[in-house]
Write a protein that binds this ligand. Sequence first.
Ligand code: PRP
Ligand code: URA
Length: 209
Amino acid sequence: MGKFTVLDHPLIQHKLTIIRRKETSSNEFRQIVGEIGGLMTYEITRDLPLKDVEIETPIGKTTQKEIAGKKMTIVPILRAGIGMLNGVMEMIPSAKVGVIGMYRDEETLKPHEYFCKMPKDIAERECLVVDPMLATGGSANMAIGALKKRGVKTIKLAVLVAAPEGVKAIQEENPDVDIYAAAEDEKLLPNGYITPGLGDAGDRLFGTK
Ligand code: PRP
Ligand code: URA
C-alpha cells in the first residue's frame, strides 16, 4: 500500500490555518496555497536520488552532487491544482507541466475529465499530481489513471487537505501511489465537502463564488 504522509511542518500548519479562515480574501488565499505547495515540495523531494558530478569552480576541480534519476512533471488538476503550481515550480523550475481538467458532478460527486495535455515524453517521467482537495478521491484516482494509461510508472500525489475517505480510495485503487497532505481532516460530508476543510478551493482561488 502507498504511504500516506502528513507534512506537519510548523510553517505549513500556520499557513493552512490562515486559508481555512472563512474571512481570508481570494488574494491571500491564492498567495498562501502557492506557498504551501512550495513548502510541501521541499519535503516531498527529500528522497530524490543524487549522483556525483565533476565540476570546476573558479578555484579548482571538485566532485559534487546533482539530482539523478527521472525528470519530473508536475500535474495540476484543474482548476484548483493551478493554485499550487507556482510554489511547486519555484522549487523545481526545470520540471515540465502536464495539465488535466476535471470537474465533479455536484449530484453524484463523480469526476468528469474535460482536458488533458501531457508532455510527449511523459512515460519516461516521474509525476507529481497536485490538487488542494482530496475528498472522495474520485478526481485524483481518475487523473492517476490517465497518467498510467500514458505509461507513467512513478506517481506521487500532493494535496493540502485530505479526507480519510479519499486517502482510502487512492490506497485501494492505486496502492503504488504515495500521498502527501498538509492535513488529514475529520470526514467527508454527504454534500461532498470536507469538514472542517476550507470550503470550495477552486471558488476561493478564483473568486468565482
Ligand atoms: C475539487 C478539487 C478536486 C476535487 C476533489 O474540484 O479541486 O479536484 O474537487 O473532490 P473528489 O476527491 O471528491 O474528486 P472541483 O470539481 O470543485 O473543480 P474546480 O477545481 O474546477 O473547482
Ligand atoms: N472540493 C473542494 O473544493 N472542497 C471540498 O471540501 C471538497 C472538494
